[in-house]
Write a protein that binds this ligand. Structure first.
Ligand SMILES: Nc1nc2c(ncn2[C@@H]2O[C@H](COP(=O)(O)OP(=O)(O)OP(=O)(O)O)[C@@H](O)[C@H]2O)c(=O)[nH]1
Ligand SMILES: [Zn+2]
Length: 332
């Protein structure tokens, strides 16, 4: 097991790397921490500071490295930070629609290359099948595998009605008790060496408790980033990829956890689905077909080209709901 494999590097990434025109001396590095425009990259030789040269910064949103990305990086000397030259094409992408000031929403990429997303709910007033379904859809659209965790299993005398409802979404469902670290052994197949997971779910379902239980420590994330939210208040945020004792990797990004964001993304894609129903051809790919209602909406400026591109990518054949790669159960 090489250091790169422990970071999630696979033969598929190696093939991507070999196919890319990578300059001599460049190395692959995974983004394990993001603080505005300063980065930490984990590479074969350890974790290093990295910067984004201005030229890269001014490319499109989707070229800006995010947590979980694999990058092409170089440095001039051992004591210098790495410079990120480019981002390797992402295997899975979590985006949200953001209003970029104009009429059409822009896409903001929140995290990349997540294999499995634990959608956390609880057998109490949080349990809402419609909302759970929206989370699951959002995860599928990203290319990652959704897995429902019914946390606070201790709260219900009979869990069966809850698990049965969640299983109807065609996802694995596991009952856990994060506070007592109970039931976590069922999650091992998703947490093997090099496998990347993230957590989403509404406030109070136990995501922080679960994060700490998986990390095996009472963690307040180190080196939190202070940022201004859109109301101008200071909020503490962090975007970190943590190594788990099991060999897996956990992405923690508060923007990813938030239901509002998922509803926005879900809505943007739901609007495209609605339009797609009006296309002349039932198997329209919304690229050049005559009578395409989606392309018409784009020409009107109702949806952005980037959003449509993301949608096409998400729904392309071979990019199925279950993710495009075979699952590696329990590492290798
Ligand atoms: N009964 C019970 N309570 C739990 C369990 N896991 C977590 N909790 C409690 O649920 C409450 C919320 O937990 P958090 O981990 O802060 O929830 P969160 O999803 O991170 O919430 P946000 O940070 O607001 O998104 C806390 O009081 C936890 O102690 C559990 O397995 N059983
Ligand atoms: Zn169409």
């Amino acid at each position: 097991m090489t250091a790169l494999e422990q970071l999630g590097w696979t033969p598929q990434w190696q093939a991507t790397w070999d196919a890319a025109a990578v300059p001599a001396g460049a190395v692959p590095g995974r983004v394990v921490r993001v603080e505005r425009l300063s980065y930490q990259l984990a590479a074969a030789g350890g974790t290093h500071e990295a910067v984004l040269p201005g030229g890269v910064r001014h490319k499109g949103q989707t070229e800006i490295p995010v947590i979980g990305d694999w990058t092409v990086a170089v440095r001039d000397a051992e004591d210098q930070p790495y410079r990120i030259l480019s981002v390797l094409p992402r295997q899975t992408t979590f985006s949200r629609a953001v209003s970029g000031g104009g009429r059409v929403p822009a896409q903001q990429v929140m995290a990349a290359n997540v294999d499995t997303v634990f959608v956390v709910t609880a057998p109490d007033e949080d349990f809402d099948l419609a909302r759970l379904g929206r989370y699951v859809t959002a995860v599928r659209l990203s290319g990652a595998q959704p897995v429902v965790l019914l946390n606070k299993a201790d709260l219900a005398r009979d869990l069966r009605p809850y698990t049965a409802e969640a299983e109807a979404l065609d996802v694995p469902v596991h009952a856990v008790q994060a506070r007592a670290a109970g039931g976590l052994e069922a999650l091992e197949p998703y947490l093997g060496t090099g496998q990347t997971v993230a957590l989403i779910g509404s406030s109070g379902v136990g995501k922080s408790t679960l994060t700490n239980a998986l990390l095996g420590r009472a963690a307040t994330p180190t080196g939190e980033v202070r940022e201004l939210d859109n109301q101008g208040r200071h909020t503490t945020t962090w975007r970190t990829l943590y190594p788990l004792p099991s060999g897996g990797l956990l992405i923690d990004n508060p923007g990813l956890r938030d239901i509002a964001i998922w509803d926005e993304t879900g809505e943007a894609f739901a609007r495209i689905e609605e339009l797609a129903a009006q296309c002349r051809f039932s198997r329209c790919t919304h690229t050049s077909e005559p009578g395409c209602a989606v392309l018409r909406a784009m020409q009107r400026g109702e949806i952005s080209e980037e959003l449509l591109e993301e949608y096409r990518e998400f729904t392309a054949p071979g990019r199925s709901a279950k993710g495009k790669r075979p699952k590696r159960a329990g590492g290798r």
